[in-house]
Design a protein around this ligand. Structure first.
Ligand SMILES: Cc1ncc(COP(=O)(O)O)c(C=O)c1O
Length: 388
């Protein structure tokens, strides 16, 4: 399937909220389902917005976490300068929903994607993309020139993570010179996202590691400025370093993502003042049903690999202290209860904090959005599957 056919499909995706005529109780939602606590979400958005503005930083929240234009719109309304999208298709969904200021945070290197990006640029301003190769520059240049368009780009710097980005100072200087020589690309700054630092246990250690990586990035930024480039945007940082990176002067905006929904992987890293990162509330849960009892002290719920995504950590059921969840296949999981603890009965609902929110969200079509104990709307996870 060509990228343009995939692009047409993305453009047709539903983005509007489905409001229920009659709100329904939480226990009427068919399981497994993603529950979104709207009040907790709003508090998280306000808390981060207030924090960043008090530090004179901009918010450029990452929409890869929620993949939902309705939440992206709320982040803009809370003061964000724009949002991030991980990939071209995710950006297409957000732009299609009327969110103009979007930074694509993964480099592209092919003509098909460059053309989709150039089409979006031709439709209106606000789109930026990161670049880390001359191939990426050349693809974008051709696609933009064909449409008589131009766009702003950031150089992606690799914080020694070994994923994307320019690693060496001289490579950054060469790429900046190449972009500056382009008649259709405008270099506005850099991206530097330390993904490998976000989940470092303990605030002190996280702070030390983030500081070391950023100091190296600042050397690169100084050199680019000395070469005459205007580095106006210095974008990076995430939920794990939201209160660390905002102390560095050169950083202009933070790309925080998970704070909006939260997950167990983030809770366990700890905060400056607590063993648990609890400054943002768990707004997202997965509700399941206990459907069978394989043994005393264990209960099977109707949610497995197709309902929870995790690299390592398990979902957590806060109502059952000390219980551990283990995956028991695609559709099932087993909650093993602490010795002597009360088990859910067959038919009971069991709610879980997700292990890792971003890929878990990507498994579902909608959020069941609740307020005051009742679900009043379904919000489409419109960019679900938009990982290209
Ligand atoms: C480039 C980039 N920026 C920002 C984020 C958001 O980070 P977090 O969810 O840790 O806040 C991510 C997440 O993976 C990312 O890849």
């Amino acid at each position: 399937m060509s990228a343009s056919v995939r692009g047409d499909l993305v453009r047709r995706v539903a983005v509007a909220a489905i409001e229920l005529d009659e709100p329904i109780p939480l226990d009427a939602v068919p399981t497994p389902a993603l529950l979104l606590d709207e009040a907790a979400l709003d508090r998280n958005l306000v808390r981060m917005a207030d924090h960043l503005s008090s530090k004179r930083k901009l918010a450029r929240p990452h929409a890869k976490t929620h993949k939902c234009p309705i939440i992206a719109r709320r982040q803009i309304e809370a003061g964000a300068v724009g949002i991030c999208a991980a990939k071209t298709s995710e950006a297409m969904v957000m732009r299609g929903a009327g969110i103009d200021e979007v930074l694509i945070t993964s480099p592209i290197v092919d003509t098909a994607r460059a053309e989709l990006i150039a089409d979006m640029v031709a439709e209106g301003p606000g789109l930026m993309v990161v670049i880390d190769s001359v191939l990426g520059v050349e693809c974008l240049e051709r696609a933009l020139a064909d449409r008589g368009a131009s766009m702003t780009v950031l150089i992606d710097l690799d914080p020694r993570m070994g994923r994307t980005g320019v690693r060496e100072l001289e490579d950054a200087r060469r790429l900046a010179a190449r972009i500056s020589a382009s008649s259709v690309l405008n270099l506005a700054g850099v991206q530097h996202y330390c993904g490998h630092v976000m989940h470092v246990q303990g605030h002190g250690e996280r702070s030390a590691q983030s500081t070391a990586h950023w100091q190296r990035a600042f050397t690169v930024i100084d050199a680019l400025r000395a070469d005459g480039h205007a580095i106006d945007v210095v974008s990076g940082g995430g939920t794990g370093t939201y209160d660390i990176d905002c102390e560095f002067d050169p950083i202009t905006d933070l790309q925080v993502g998970s704070y909006a929904l939260m997950d167990e992987q983030y809770r366990v890293i700890g905060s400056k003042t607590s063993a648990v990162l609890d400054e943002f509330e768990v707004a997202l849960t997965v509700v399941t049903t206990a459907i069978s009892q394989p043994a005393a002290g264990a209960i099977t719920v109707d949610c497995g690999f197709k309902g929870f995504a995790s690299e390592s950590i398990a979902p957590v059921a806060p109502e059952y202290a000390g219980a551990t969840y283990r995956f028991a296949g695609d559709e099932h999981g087993v909650l093993v209860l602490a010795n002597g603890a009360q088990s859910p009965l067959i038919g009971d609902r069991v709610e879980f904090i997700t292990p890792h929110c971003d890929p878990t969200v990507n498994l579902y079509d909608h959020y069941f959005v609740h307020r005051d104990g009742r679900v009043h709307a379904l919000w489409p996870i419109a960019a679900r599957g938009c990982s290209w």
